[in-house]
Design a protein around this ligand. Sequence first.
Ligand code: AMP
Length: 214
Amino acid sequence: MRKYVIIGAQGSGKGTQSLLLARDLDLVHISVGDVFRWHVQNRTKLGAQVRRAMAAGELVGDDLVEGVVRDRLEQHDWNYGFIIDGFPRSRRQAEFFLESYDIDGVIHLDLPDEEVRRRVLARRLCSRCGMDYNLIADRPTEEGRCDVCGGELVAREDDTEEAVAERLRIYREKTAPILELFGRKEYVVTVDARPGADAVQRTLREKLGLPAPR
Ligand code: AMP
């Protein structure tokens, strides 16, 4: 069983890299941001509690986040392991996590701030099926329409200039320093996230001592 954490600023490709790894190794991909977005979209009580912080690019309170992670991991559907994306993002979350789980590797996707801005502002999401697009690298065939279901493509509510700047500030202040905490206890691999998705995946597999992608 393998347990990984993936850390990086928004737009560094955490979701894409997690899915590539999860697919090959039969890992469960856990994205705390996706769980929150589901709750916002479905207008649940938790959705109402997190919506404002998310839209502003701020962090949701640690108690709510830890509750979501605990509930998700208690489902025990991860026979071959998991990769958790978007968590931990603060020292307290990291300490909570390290107390409860042994981690096999921490993947750190490294991307300069300028590239973060460029990528995030080009990001689009299908409002119907949730498929991701990027107006730089992964354009839809018809502008503004999803190739899969024809739904309208929209920007994420938190992919605005202001929210991106706030998320970057928080990432540098709160999330990046926890890499040191992991560095002391766990195995952190830092990967340059600027190349294309397949190249990044190959490098991170090499660094983790895993077989090359199939
Ligand atoms: P993401 O899709 O990972 O960028 O997450 C979207 C938003 O969800 C973040 O900007 C935060 O508002 C919230 N969020 C996701 N994960 C966490 C976390 N571990 N701690 C606090 N807030 C989080």
